[in-house]
Design a protein around this ligand. Structure first.
Ligand code: ADP
Length: 508
């Protein structure tokens, strides 16, 4: 049994102390929606369980939101947008984001523990994400001053002055997945709060806790009631109602490509602005001249990190045939060193998958890989023993995959590497781009010519060179093809939360 320690006692503590704590939000019995600054019971009175994926035990129960709850939250967001929040100056919004940064920093260990219990991410990994999350909040705090229009020259003649103004788009619906809500919520909250928008968040039913807790911290930071609301529940109910709601101006969505299509359809009624970050099947191309001491762990963790539950995971590892045997033997050795198990154990590298559904899905793909003739050289089995009730699976590597096999075409969202050999750079590029997706991609080589060809040639929103998976909020990322549209991060991202208006002033 976990010893119960009140949230406020969780400061900067040792791992051993932290893993014995229970965040206060889990001691409240059941949770409501957070609407208009208050906890609200679900309109239907119905609840859903949320599980700890490492144990299969119920952590707490969440409100099962429906269209009435969403409508209530949108009305609250609209009235905050037109009311108190519209009077906040850019400086005040910046001060508020800075205060939110400080509170997240102060409560970071509690948030990391909550994320670990809810998502199954190793606690050490969640703690290591602190710098990234804090930098992301600070980036958006700096962007409150980046909502300016321009004074533009014109060719009208006479005494005309012409300029553009920017205005916040209004109420933003934020729909996020379960694989990393602690960071992914900030890509929505940050842009919305920097520009003066208000938000209704719909976190994933499997992992809503850090979103609810962050919204509480924002209230503590002084955010007016109704600026950030959280409605929990199922995607087909609360999520669909948010995507359809006629008074939501913009949807920012991260999740699967199929759900992205549903959101596009649902948003047509009132022409919502959309930013969609969807699935991926990213290529990671290793040339024979690469530094394998870096490329092997880099490519392995490009898939295994977060147990493969990362949209830009480099799941198709293209390896130059000359080094295929050496590369495969080294990546298998590396995979064997990874410790899969209790996320609260400081030595754990990989936690469980999020749910039984996800475990069945990943196991299904492992069987299909086998049936279609790929060589299973590592893992592939559900892990039993000490962790029998959690949704654990071994790090898995298939060798001699061909790019037309199902495991090389569909997003698995699990720790499954497909190694695909190639002979020439042209072939590697053709295969890399032979996919419906275009989110990430990488090249490992010491040759500047090869790097240059690949970085221009890979049709993805991000290309990493001799590294994998780095994201900086001031640069950002986005998708080609079925991986979505609308940039996340950088000044372009902030612009997506703004309308532009042109003004013609006749000075005569
Ligand atoms: P996954 O299959 O990985 O769970 P989804 O795209 O289904 O990914 O889920 C991402 C988010 O989208 C979650 O918050 C989920 O509840 C929500 N969602 C699922 N279906 C819909 C839908 N039809 N409309 C709006 N949101 C949805």
């Amino acid at each position: 049994m976990l010893q119960r320690i009140h949230t406020r006692e969780i400061g900067e503590v040792e791992m051993s102390e932290l893993k014995a704590a229970t965040p206060a939000i889990l001691t409240r019995g059941s949770l409501g929606h957070l609407i208009d600054g208050k906890w609200r019971e679900p309109a239907s009175g119905e609840r859903i369980d949320t599980m700890n994926p490492a144990t299969g035990e119920v952590l707490t129960t969440l409100a099962r939101g429906n269209a009435d709850d969403v409508d209530r939250a949108v009305r609250s967001a609209r009235s905050a947008f037109e009311g108190p929040w519209s009077r906040f100056t850019p400086h005040q919004r910046q001060a508020l984001l800075n205060k939110a940064h400080d509170l997240v920093e102060e409560h970071y260990d509690e948030l990391a523990l909550l994320e670990s219990l809810d998502v199954g991410v190793p606690l050490s990994r969640a703690r290591n994400s602190k710098g990234n999350i804090l930098r992301t909040i600070l980036f958006f705090a700096s962007q409150t001053m980046n909502c300016a229009g321009q004074t533009l020259p014109n060719s009208i003649g006479g005494n005309y002055t012409t300029l553009t103004l920017k205005a916040p788009v209004g109420v933003v619906g934020g729909i996020i997945p379960w694989n990393g809500p602690l960071i992914s919520q900030w890509w929505i909250l940050g842009g919305a709060l920097a520009t003066g928008c208000t938000v209704v968040m719909k976190p994933a039913e499997d992992a809503s806790l850090t979103t609810l807790r962050t919204a509480e911290l924002l209230l503590e930071a002084g955010l007016p009631e109704g600026v950030v609301n959280v409605v929990t529940g199922l995607g087909s109910e609360a999520g669909a109602a948010l995507a359809e709601h006629p008074d939501v101006d913009r949807i920012a969505f991260t999740g699967s490509t199929d759900t992205g299509r549903n959101i596009i359809r649902a948003s047509a009624g009132n022409m919502k602005r959309l930013q969609l970050e969807l699935g991926g099947k990213s290529p990671d191309i290793v040339f024979a001249d690469a530094d394998l001491d870096r490329a092997v762990p880099g490519a392995a963790m490009g898939v295994f990190a977060n147990s493969g539950q990362v949209c830009f995971a480099g799941t198709r590892v293209f390896v130059e045939r000359k080094i295929q045997n050496e590369f495969v033997s080294r990546i298998v050795d590396f995979g064997r060193t990874l410790k899969v198990g209790d996320p609260l154990d400081p030595d754990t590298d990989l936690g469980p998958l999020i749910s039984q559904k996800q475990l069945d899905r990943v196991s299904g793909y492992v069987s299909v890989g086998d049936e279609q003739g790929a060589d299973l050289v590592l893992g592939g089995r559900r892990m039993l023993g000490d962790v029998a009730n959690g949704y654990f699976i071994e790090p898995t590597i298939f060798n001699n995959v061909s790019n037309d096999m199902t495991i090389a075409r569909e997003e698995i969202f699990g720790p499954v590497v497909s190694i695909i050999p190639f002979d020439t750079a042209d072939e590697a590029l053709t295969l890399a781009n032979d996919t419906q997706y275009g989110l990430g991609g990488a090249v490992w080589s010491r040759d500047i010519g090869t790097v240059n060809t690949m970085m221009h040639g890979i049709k993805s929103g991000t290309v990493w060179v001799n590294c994998y998976g780095i994201i900086d909020p001031s640069i950002g990322f986005g998708g080609y093809k079925h991986s979505g549209y609308g940039w996340k991060g950088g000044p372009q991202h902030v612009d997506g939360f703004l309308f532009q208006k042109s003004v013609y002033i006749n000075g005569d």
